[in-house]
Design a binder for this molecule. Sequence first.
Ligand code: GLN
Length: 248
Amino acid sequence: MSYSLKVGHLYGDLMNTYGDIGNILVLKHLAKEMGVELDDEVVSLDQPFDKDKYDIVIFGGGQDFEQSIISKDIQTKKTDLIDFIEDGGSMVAICGGYQLLGHYYIGANGEKLEGIGALDHYTEKQENHRFIGDVLIENQETGEKYRGFENHQGITFLGEGERPLGNVLEGYGNNGEDKTEGAIYKNVYCTYFHGPILARNNQIAKHVLMNALSRKYPDADLTTQKETSSFRNILKIKPNKKAFDIKV
Ligand code: GLN
């Protein structure tokens, strides 16, 4: 049996300010180690989002100007994106992408940009201030620690059904107040960590790949310990030294 995954890089031509495309390279590398073929394509302005075509969506971060354009266009993709998420589709949304999955984002100039409300958070503005610096968080369910770098003026407050990606140990996180960072809803992982976060946080990449594979191949026994192929071994989340033990 051959396994394949398709990544939709949402607004990859506009929302890639911090090298978020690196996340796709990481997914490609890890998928290859598993024997899974993974390819990607950009879905941008004036293009429909085909919810049945993609297994994983990457939605990067960006600046207020790009967000103001996307805020309008993404309304045309809203229903399909919500269906994809509700159906268990996997997604990684970073900074500006994370904000636009929620109800709204107030830009630095006070302009209110509509999100799609796929997730129940909202993002207010800070007064002439940004949260910038290194962040260390801990996921409450797995105990996994994730590291990143944040640079955002928006402050996000989580809503119904969302749990944080982690609790803040160092840095600011969602809003500098409630010690939450990022959000998890169904198979969607959101964060303020910049850029190619999956390179620093391989555990998140593994969750994303596992979620996507088990959705696409529900009958495959992805956790068996008996299989010896590298595909099965890695899917068991037995860290493959080369792929997962990256020290930062
Ligand atoms: N423009 C948004 C903000 O400043 C998002 C920034 C980002 O993607 N890092 O909050």
